[in-house]
Design a protein around this ligand. Structure first.
Ligand code: NIG
Length: 390
């Protein structure tokens, strides 16, 4: 529900609009700005003297930006994998097979427990400025458990993704093709009412290119949008497959060849980088500069999950992208807002322009460089979803 009447936020020291028509850099910044919100939408944006409104918030010179669009998370799961993380910090390498530990814990958890954990994480994400979050299944891996985890995800977001092709569950050991048939058939049918997207983990130890292609094509035939986990743990066919199939997003992109970069740059597929994963798994950080200089579109997302990236913090992802992936602060902010929107094929979020949903973040700072300059510090004063503080 949105607050009734009009709301004016004025005395904004720096407003980040992501309005491509403003020739003020990639994020369309304005100084001494104001925003008027009506019925949960941005009604007008300007500089200098502000119009009247029913309610007013004085930004006192602080920075206001679009809410973060976190286009990749796995918020519905049971248990945690703190021991696995500790072992990794002591030198072990990340293995995709660890996903099965969370599958067992998720299958054993009742709905209320899964929902309560997901709500806690969603609230945590709100507090760090996230206003839209995509949530995948992928820790159920049976017909019933995939459908129920997606139903739970649907209580929190419209951006739900069916990820039955996450890994092969233990009961299908040595029968990968049978499992792919199940995903493409009965499991997809059960999950369809609860999903907007379909995804697959195209990686050694999970699904190969042909298996991933079969899953995404079945999803497309059923009416779902396509996304793909690609090139996370090593070079591979994932990015090329994502482009071939016209996926909205290729996610991870930790290992990008020159051909991968050229393919992404010549396509509508967004490269979604997940640097908190590379932090947690000690993979090398991708060089986003190569993609951006080639003309590719980048998004940043949290990949919040208990195995490879247990954080909901988009500010943390921005800090890593600027420090370790050669993005400028403006590019990283754009990727975490408008880039995430592009990865979800949405044009109503990720920008502060008339008609957009009034998803906003008020910073306790005049400048977003503080996401990197003051890492780990709580910088968010307020998060607004559709014009209301959450
Ligand atoms: O995006 N890569 C595959 N899926 C998750 C990992 C989940 C896990 O380790 O539990 C990811 O990193």
């Amino acid at each position: 529900m949105t607050d009734a009447g009009s709301l004016l936020i004025d005395h904004i020291g720096r407003l980040i609009t992501n309005d491509p028509q403003l020739e003020t850099g990639p994020t369309g910044q304005l100084g001494d700005a104001w925003v008027v919100v009506v019925d949960g939408l941005i009604a007008s944006v300007g500089t200098g003297p502000a119009p009247g409104a029913d309610r007013r918030i004085d930004a006192a010179g602080r920075c206001l930006l679009p809410g973060f669009v976190d286009s990749h998370s796995h918020l519905v799961f049971g248990g945690d994998r703190a021991d696995e993380f500790a072992a990794r910090m002591a030198g072990q390498t990340y293995q995709a097979g660890g996903i099965r530990t969370t599958v067992a814990a998720t299958r054993a958890a009742p709905d209320e427990q899964l929902l309560a954990r997901a709500v806690t994480l969603r609230d945590e994400a709100w507090r760090s400025g996230t206003t839209t979050i995509e949530i995948k299944s992928g820790y159920g891996l049976s017909v019933d458990d995939e459908a129920r985890t997606l139903r739970i995800a649907g209580r929190l977001t419209d951006e739900t993704t069916f990820l039955g092709a996450h890994v092969v569950p233990p009961e299908f050991d040595d029968r990968v093709d049978d499992y792919v048939d199940l995903v493409c058939g009965e499991m997809l049918a059960a999950c369809l009412p609860h999903a907007r997207w379909i995804d697959a983990f195209c990686e050694r130890g999970a699904f190969d290119a042909d298996q991933s292609r079969a899953v995404l094509q079945a999803g497309r035939a059923a009416g779902l949008g396509l996304r793909l986990h690609a090139n996370q743990l090593g070079p591979g066919p994932g990015v090329q497959l994502a482009v071939e199939l016209g996926c909205a997003s290729a996610d991870h992109c930790t290992y990008l060849s020159d051909d991968d970069i050229a393919s992404l740059a010549g396509s509508d597929t967004v490269a979604t980088f997940l640097p908190a994963t590379d932090f947690s798994t000690r993979q090398p950080y991708p060089d986003a500069r190569r993609l951006l200089d080639a003309g590719g579109v980048a998004a940043l997302a949290s990949n919040c999950n208990p195995g490879s990236s247990f954080t909901t913090s988009m500010p943390f992802c921005i800090a890593l992208a600027v420090r370790d992936m050669n993005m400028t602060i403006d590019e990283a902010i754009w990727a975490a807002t408008a880039g995430g929107a592009a990865a979800l094929r949405r044009d109503d979020i990720g920008r502060v322009t008339p008609g957009a949903r009034a998803d906003l973040v008020l910073l306790d700072s005049a400048t977003p460089i503080d996401f990197v300059y003051r890492p780990g510090v709580p910088l968010i004063v307020s998060t607004f979803v559709a014009g209301s503080i959450v």
